[in-house]
Structure formats: C-alpha cells, structure tokens
Design a protein around this ligand. Structure first.
Ligand code: COA
Length: 282
C-alpha cells in the first residue's frame, strides 16, 4: 500500500457514516471517530468532515445531517476507560511549533464553516465533552441536543489562544455578550444543565435517550419539503447578518416566492384534504 492509499483509508476511518431511511426523511449520521483522543479534530478529521459535508449537500436523498462523536473503546486490561466525548477540541498536538502562516492555512476553509454553510438542516448530538473546537462544531450546527453528562467550554485561553473556529461570534450570538465573555475569558467548563439554562443547547436528555430523541427530531424535520427547509434556514440565518428592516423585506419576498412552488400547493391541498403531503422538493 502506498502513502496516498494509506492516507485515504485514514481519512475514511476518521468519520463513520450511518443513515436512517424512516419516514422518507433520510437522516445521515456523521460520527467523528477518534475516541482514544476524545474525537479531537486533527487535520484528517478536518478533511473528512469537509468531504462528508460536501457529499451530504449534493446527495438529494439526504434531508438532515446529525453530527456526533464516537463512544469510547473498551480499555485494555488495567487501563482506565476514556471519558465520553462529542469532540474535545482541535488536536492540540497539531498546534505545537506552528506559526501564524501554518495555522491560517489549516483554519481557512475549515470544517466549522463547511458545516455552517450547509443548506440542509444539521443537528449536533452531544454526549460528553464538547470543548473548544468541539463546542464550536456543535455551534456550527443548527440545533444542539445533549445528554445530561455533557460538558461544554471554550478553554483555548489556557493555551494562550482564543477560539478560532467561529466560537467568539457564534457563542456570542447564541448566549449573549456577557456569558460568552465569561466562558471565553475564564476557559471554565460548564455542565449540560447550565448550558441548557442559557440557551447554548436546545434540548437535554438522559444518555440512553439521546440517539432516539435526536433521530426523532431529525425525522420530523426531514419529513418537510426539502426546498422549504432550505428557504426557512436561509431566512432565519438573515437574522444574524442583516439589519431587521432589510431582512423583513427579504423574508416577505422569500415567503411570496414559495407561492410559486409545487410544494406550497401540495402542502395546502394536503391540509385541506386531511392527507399527508407528498413533497416534490420544488
Ligand atoms: N487534542 C489532542 N488530544 C486530546 C485532546 C485535544 N484537544 N483532548 C483530549 N486529548 C487526548 C489526551 O491527550 C489523551 O491522550 P492519551 O491517552 O494519548 O494521553 C486522551 O485524549 C484522553 O484524554 P485525557 O486528558 O487523558 O482524559 P481526562 O478524562 O483526563 O480529561 C479533558 C479530559 C477533556 C478534561 C482533557 O482531555 C482536556 O482538557 N482536553 C483538552 C481540552 C481543550 O483544551 N480543548 C481545546 C483545544 S483548542
């Protein structure tokens, strides 16, 4: 096997791909797979996520994408088990000896933006540590569902750094200026209940219910018109970037444009006929 082939296999192994076809809303589950390193994002995982996002976006059968972290492997005898993790951050080993030029190359066109820029709905399914780049990865998704044993934080300050995967911006928009600064300046970890209390995560549940709860929501979302979902996501996204008066005008136009789609007619008729809509996606 040559080096390129070996690299391809490693890339494939960095992310596990699973899907569910229930209810015609196919849900893709992308699992970051480095459990021995608490799923820390190294350059291979970066590339694997970008590639997987690109494929999911182009695959018309995929309605919703869930991101998760691999569960710990069974420890070898005499060794302690690794803790559960969604993603414990960017791989700190890859920071050693790097200068600004090196890191800018890695962080431009990064995996957080690849997730953030997807038109399809995305959900982070969090069970365990979601730290630094892992918390940022969760925040790059549209919705976050976490188990009660999850732990959140932006500890980059402890490395003499700040968040570089969009954390300073997305955290501030999600939880507000004061709480964002508290987390980023202190580097302290918070538990899932606290994260839930100020809106960092959408839903909280017991670990054993996390998968079914997340898939249930994904199937509900995936059962809607794929076209309308994309329009809804882009309309809400405007709230982050565009002044309110302008955004309201654009929303009115997006709303009106939907009246020219087949799916609006299908949805309205299905309601009136008391039937389930069979969306066409246009
Ligand atoms: N980058 C690289 N390796 C990481 C990592 C990261 N962000 N987070 C965890 N790991 C590795 C550890 O080095 C360790 O590897 P080893 O078994 O080869 O020594 C393995 O994952 C298990 O982690 P460990 O620290 O032994 O688990 P723990 O239960 O004692 O502590 C944490 C868990 C999450 C508190 C601790 O791993 C930690 O602080 N990680 C870094 C978090 C961070 O600063 N993230 C932001 C990075 S920008």
């Amino acid at each position: 096997m040559d080096v390129a082939e070996e690299q391809d296999i490693l890339l494939e192994e960095s992310i596990l791909i699973d899907s569910t076809d229930k209810s015609k809303g196919r849900v893709l589950i992308l699992t970051i797979n480095r459990p021995d390193k608490l799923n820390a994002l190294n350059s291979l995982v970066f590339s694997a996520i970008k590639e997987a996002c690109d494929k999911a976006e182009k695959d018309d059968t995929v309605r919703v994408v869930i991101f998760s972290g691999a569960t710990p492997n069974t420890p070898s005898e005499g060794k302690r088990s690794k803790p559960n993790a969604f993603v414990a951050g960017a791989d700190i080993l890859e920071f050693k000896g790097k200068n600004s030029e090196d890191i800018l190359q890695t962080f431009s066109e990064n995996c957080w933006e690849a997730i953030w820029n997807m038109n399809k709905p995305t959900i982070a399914m969090i069970d365990g540590f979601a730290l630094g780049g892992g918390c940022e990865l969760a925040m790059s998704c549209d919705i976050r569902i976490a188990s009660v044993r999850s732990v959140f934080g932006q500890p980059e300050i402890n490395l003499g750094l700040i968040p570089g995967g969009g954390g300073t911006q997305r955290l501030t928009r999600l939880v507000g200026y004061g709480k964002s600064l508290e987390l980023i300046l202190s580097g302290e970890f918070i538990n899932a209940e606290e994260a839930y209390s100020f809106g960092l995560i959408n839903q909280l549940c017991e670990p054993e219910n996390l998968r079914s709860k997340t898939i249930e929501l994904a199937i509900t979302i995936g059962s809607k018109s794929i076209h309308t979902l994309k329009v809804a996501k882009s309309a809400v996204r405007m709230a982050l970037n565009i002044p309110m008066d302008d955004a309201i005008k654009i929303e009115a136009k997006l709303f009106a444009d939907l009246f020219d789609t087949e799916d609006k007619e299908i949805g309205v008729n299905a309601f009136l006929e008391k039937e389930k809509p069979e969306w066409k996606g246009c």
